[in-house]
Design a binder for this molecule. Sequence first.
Ligand code: SF4
Length: 365
Amino acid sequence: MIVTFPHMGEMYIPIKVLLDTSDIDYIIPPYRKKESLEAGVMHSPEFACLPFKTILGDFIYGVENGANFILFGGGCGQCRLGYFGDLQSEILRSLNYRINFVCVDLSNLSIKEVLKKIQPLTKGKNKLKIVKGIIYAIKTVYMIDNLSKLSRYTRCRETNKGDTDRIISNLHENIQNEKCYRAIKLLIKSARKKIKKIPLDKARRPIKISIVGEMYVAAHPYINFEIEKKLGNMGVEVYNNLCISNWITEHLIKKMLPFKLKNKPIEAGKEFIRTDDIGGHGMHTIGWSALSGKRNIDGVIHIFPFTCLPEVIAQCTFSEIQKKYSIPIMSLIIDEMTGEAGYITRLEAFVDMLEQKKLIKYTPS
Ligand code: SF4
């Protein structure tokens, strides 16, 4: 069996660690390939959201290049993600691809149930190696997310523009050539050391922007036009809580605890909408926007795919949040037709406005 999986930000690194450790063959779709996105768009229903189309495009690339097993972590929330798996496997069958399509709902299945579902893939493989692979993959998720957090801090303060980006892009290039967890771990550690040595302008007080919205778009640089990098290079300190490590902590680790811990953004969001679930990450969008206001963040960028209903619902609460915390929120809607130039102009205008606002606030009258 040769497995393929869709991209979502840097998630390919822990998945690679898991598959390499478990001795499972795989095909990783290219990170930025216009053709795979075009294939996904061509075979998707017109009004499907962008994640559906890009994920389908990645599957088509993987299958065209020899994969015969698709592993997909879907879900069954209130949005369309719940039927991604069924619909995509139907589309692939109608295109005459003979594949094994396994969709695992990670938020509702126990580890035992997940292992049962992926049995065709793990049959004959060493069980200990698979367990090791899962542990290493989870560790890698946290290491990668911590590195991203550090790079968000240095990017906007570095004195030689591009230092952080150069280290991160070298890391990604080197990881492609490694097939062992220990080597990948060393690469991440050495990137972290190098980033910590970057000369910084520590006196600088950058403006702070929170990214909220649909998780796939917020976490996938290819789809969001590298929003974190762009803002960081404009001198903005970015806060992005939509990362996989937070998802694992919320959906897997906290669920295993014998007591219930409150979900901060959901609790904060309830003040602005009388429910605790509107599908996707809608509640988190409301909650993180409110928390950003409370924590003196200068502005919020709300990013989501065209036709994403949970985010449209979340957007309805923004006028109240903006009024209560006096925090500007800008929504960016992305689809396959979005042009990068217009997108950059909007980011620049927003940053400019926040800088002016800050200047007025701190200028003695
Ligand atoms: S949250 Fe929105 S974009 Fe994401 S899968 Fe659901 S409908 Fe699509």
